[in-house]
Design a protein around this ligand. Structure first.
Ligand code: ADP
Length: 585
């Protein structure tokens, strides 16, 4: 069936710098716009400012003395008030001249600084660093001299240089005490009750302590309250990662625009090409096979016999109901599915698996496990709990147990790509793809002793979607376990491709998913938050989308390699002119 949506097969034109504005060389200054030389203008406004302040204060004192109401003002007082505001605004502009200048001479947003960008940034940072005392030279260095009296203006040198955080005199005192070690940096949020201010103070203290500038790391434009106690401690800013969109990805009859947060050029474009091939072939089918998060504590006994006793008890089907009731106590969503034990001498590793609704589920499963361990102490008082996690779970480490048993969501996703789509969109042949898959993803990975790595670059797609949607990026380790299979079908005309991913660990509630940007990306996919109809449906849908996007990524990169484009594109294109079919594996 032809896909309802047609695409242009024109290749994406590579961007060329239209105009380059050297950060260091432009001699124009905002002050050039003034009618008088800068120092004369300053002198005039300084004199004006202090004269009117003096005049207004004396008028005020006079009014208090004669009991005249303050709102009754004479003509001269009106003029003085106007002069006060005029000079005040000028002086504010003068002290913030760099900021004004940056607004006047801000580079146009479509200027693309390419090759020299890093060099120029380094110059900028070196200049910023130079104003700091290089404390890192010695740990017992003296405290740096304090900057001139407040108000201190911390202008962010991010490239759009808009917001400015003003630190007050009181802030300055707190900064000094953090630098001196009198106030612990971690206590700022609770002491001040203002997360943004705490981050600004910590950041300034850090710059003074290290002598390193953080000017490229933005501070403004982020809700620091939203991460308190949940996502990140001791923040000093946030890292910007661009989000690109691949799609529409047609999976199970629905179209998705897939957000990918990445700094790897061509990754989104390449995945997009795979989405196009899938769409033109009628869409992919993604099936969820299993859904259960795991946690495996390690417990120790005096003898291997006692460890074996517990193993038999836990794995006895007759005891499952009791253990479930105990496990399920702490959550409305965590439901025990099974227990699998592995013994190593006197030590027992107990792998609990449970459903977790729309949460990725690590907290939930850990709480349930703790309930069971407490319960077991009655019948097994000699059981010594070594740790709630004994690495047989296995979280954020490559491990065969996840590859074989699965962890989180296990998904298989497939599509039949029509022969002409392989030729026209992917610029290769079914035969070449099948052969390459056998020799690279299967045999090559076997030769390398791969563990779940029988694919071209599943982790590229998984990582980009995880970052965009607020998943735990460290779980990319096992979530990217994937075997990519390819086979010629329909008398060798078409390509059957599938990805099988046993450990996709995703959630749509909890962790980073509730932050504004990440939640917007989940919303785009239609899986934001808890599913109202069926708890867990959103997280499961997200897992099927991840697998679909991986399928698209595999198709495109494998095709690029089969067509010999990967090497060619490295030879032919420089950094500023990339081939969309390029990827890395
Ligand atoms: P995790 O277990 O992934 O670390 P959190 O403990 O941070 O996740 O978040 C899960 C929380 O969200 C739990 O307190 C749970 O009660 C709540 N919650 C609300 N709706 C759902 C849902 N549909 N599925 C799972 N958890 C939900």
């Amino acid at each position: 069936m032809e896909a309802p949506r047609l695409y242009s097969t024109k290749r994406v034109q590579s961007l060329k710098p239209t105009k380059k504005i050297p950060l260091e060389e432009d001699p124009t200054k905002a002050s050039d716009a003034l009618p008088l030389p800068l120092h004369l203008t300053n002198a005039v406004f300084f004199t004006l400012f202090f004269s009117v302040v003096y005049f207004l204060l004396s008028r005020w004192r006079e009014k208090i003395r004669t009991s005249t109401p303050l709102h009754v003002v004479t003509f001269s007082e009106i003029i003085a008030i106007l002069a006060f505001f005029t000079s005040f605004i000028y002086l504010l502009g003068f002290f913030g001249l760099d900021f004004v200048q940056s607004l006047v001479f801000r580079p146009s947003p479509d200027v693309w600084i390419a090759e020299d960008e890093e060099e120029e940034n380094e110059v900028l940072l070196a200049k910023e660093d130079a104003r700091k005392v290089p404390c890192g030279q010695a740990l017992d260095c003296l405290l740096p001299p304090l900057p001139p009296a407040a108000p201190i203006v911390t202008a962010q040198k991010v490239f759009d240089e808009k917001p400015v955080t003003v630190l007050t005199e009181e802030d300055e005192e707190i900064i000094k005490s953090v630098v001196a070690g009198t106030t612990p940096s971690y206590s700022l949020e609770s002491n001040l009750g203002d997360c943004k201010r705490a981050a600004a103070i910590r950041r300034e203290a850090l710059q003074r302590l290290t002598g390193k500038s953080l000017s490229g790391l933005p501070l403004d434009g982020f809700d620091y309250e939203s991460i308190l106690g949940q996502c990140c401690e001791m923040p000093v800013g946030y890292v910007q990662i661009p989000v690109g969109i691949a799609g529409p990805l047609l999976v199970n009859g629905r179209e998705y625009s897939v957000p990918m947060a990445t700094t790897e050029g061509c990754l989104v474009a390449s995945t997009n090409r795979g989405c196009k091939a899938i769409h033109l072939s009628g869409g992919a089918t993604s099936v969820l096979l299993k859904d259960g998060m795991t946690r495996a504590p390690c417990v120790r006994f005096g003898t291997a016999k006692r460890a074996a006793d517990l193993k038999l008890y836990l794995e006895d089907p007759d005891n499952f109901e009791t253990l479930s009731v105990v496990f399920n106590r702490s959550s409305r969503f965590g439901r025990l599915q099974g227990i699998k034990c592995a013994i190593a001498g006197k030590n027992l590793y107990i792998r609990f698996t449970c459903s977790t609704g729309d949460a990725m589920g690590m907290n939930m499963v850990s709480k349930g496990v703790q309930n069971v361990l407490d319960f077991l102490q009655t019948d097994f008082p000699d059981m010594d709990v070594i740790g709630i996690s004994g690495n047989y779970c296995s979280d954020k480490k490559p491990a065969a147990v996840n590859w074989i048993e699965g962890r989180g969501k296990s998904v298989v996703c497939e599509v039949i790509i029509k022969g002409d789509v392989v030729r026209k969109v992917l610029k290769t042949s079914v035969e070449s793809l099948v052969e390459l898959n056998m020799l690279k993803n299967l045999t090559g990975s076997a030769m390398a002793g791969a563990l779940g790595g029988f694919n071209a670059h599943a982790s590229n797609i998984v990582a980009a979607i995880y970052i965009a949607t607020g998943q735990d990026p460290a779980q990319n380790v096992e979530s990217s376990h994937c075997i990519t299979m390819m086979e010629a079908v329909n008398e060798g005309k078409d390509l059957h491709i599938s990805v099988t991913m046993p450990s996709i660990e995703v959630g749509t509630v909890g962790g980073g998913t509730q932050l504004a940007s990440q939640s917007a990306c989940l919303n785009l996919l239609g899986v934001k938050g808890a599913s109202k109809e069926t708890p867990g449906a959103n997280a499961r849908m997200l897992a099927t989308i991840v697998a679909g996007a991986v399928l698209a990524g595999e198709l495109s990169l494998m095709s690029a390699i089969a067509a010999g484009q990967l090497v060619k594109s490295h030879m032919k294109y420089n950094r500023s002119s990339k081939d969309v079919s390029k990827g890395s594996s």
